[in-house]
Design a protein around this ligand. Structure first.
Ligand code: ADP
Length: 210
């Protein structure tokens, strides 16, 4: 099935865009949401994480303590690598299961670190970047999560730069500080239409070759 990799920095608006694409019928597979589910209580990652990082990594009600984990992963590349070695195979497994069930004109994989990880680029037909200026990212994430500007900036500095993302984009949805939700919706809709068109052409193409 024709597939889009949807990415963008924290607070760029990718979840908002993905929610509309899902409403319009695309099969949306959100790797961030999957990672959250794996690390809530009874999630499949909890026991391996407890084994690897000890009981302090898990809250009293059985979830991953994200703040605790984030601080350590930022401070120590080895911790980050061990964390990824646990999470990535579980995420891949859940992504594959969702992709197998996917129905719709095309698939959208929402991958916050698509540009950084490299392992996603070959799995998608096109990369769409939701683009935003850093000051607006900080403002939006503060409004959504209550994280401090320092924490948000630290997360942003560990992510690819705006330029690196734009360099690999096939499609760009501008969602900067001057963009209201109506404009974002219109831009998302026009991408959706062009992807439906490309998806139908690519499925006709393979029918001819078969
Ligand atoms: P991401 O998934 O990229 O981290 P979100 O889609 O969650 O970002 O957007 C971050 C926050 O900003 C959300 O609360 C969202 O509703 C809001 N938001 C995103 N784009 C706009 C916009 N153009 N105007 C107003 N609020 C926006």
């Amino acid at each position: 099935m024709f597939s889009i990799g949807l990415t963008g920095g924290i607070g760029s608006g990718k979840t908002q865009v993905a929610d509309w694409l899902a409403q319009w019928g695309a099969a949306v597979i959100d790797t961030d949401r999957i990672a959250h589910e794996l690390t809530t209580s009874a999630g499949a990652a909890i026991e391996p994480l407890r084994q690897a990082f000890g009981p302090a990594a898990i809250t009293a009600d059985g979830r991953l303590d994200r703040g605790w984990m984030r601080d350590r992963a930022f401070a120590d590349p080895d911790v980050r690598q061990r964390l990824e070695a646990i999470l990535h195979p579980l995420i891949d497994q859940a992504v594959r299961a969702q992709a197998d069930r996917a129905q719709g004109p095309y698939r959208v994989y929402v991958v916050p670190l698509l540009v950084e990880s490299g392992r996603w680029r070959d799995r998608v037909d096109r990369i769409c970047v939701v683009d935003c200026d850093p000051a607006t990212q900080v403002r939006r994430v503060q409004g959504r999560s209550g994280l401090t500007p320092e924490t948000i900036e630290r997360i942003m500095s560990a992510q690819a730069s705006r330029e690196d993302r734009l360099a690999v984009a096939d499609d760009i949805i501008v969602n900067d500080g001057a963009t209201d939700l109506d404009a974002l919706r219109r831009r998302s809709w026009s991408c959706h239409q062009s992807w439906c068109e490309l998806a139908s052409r690519s499925s006709h193409g393979s029918a001819i070759h078969d």
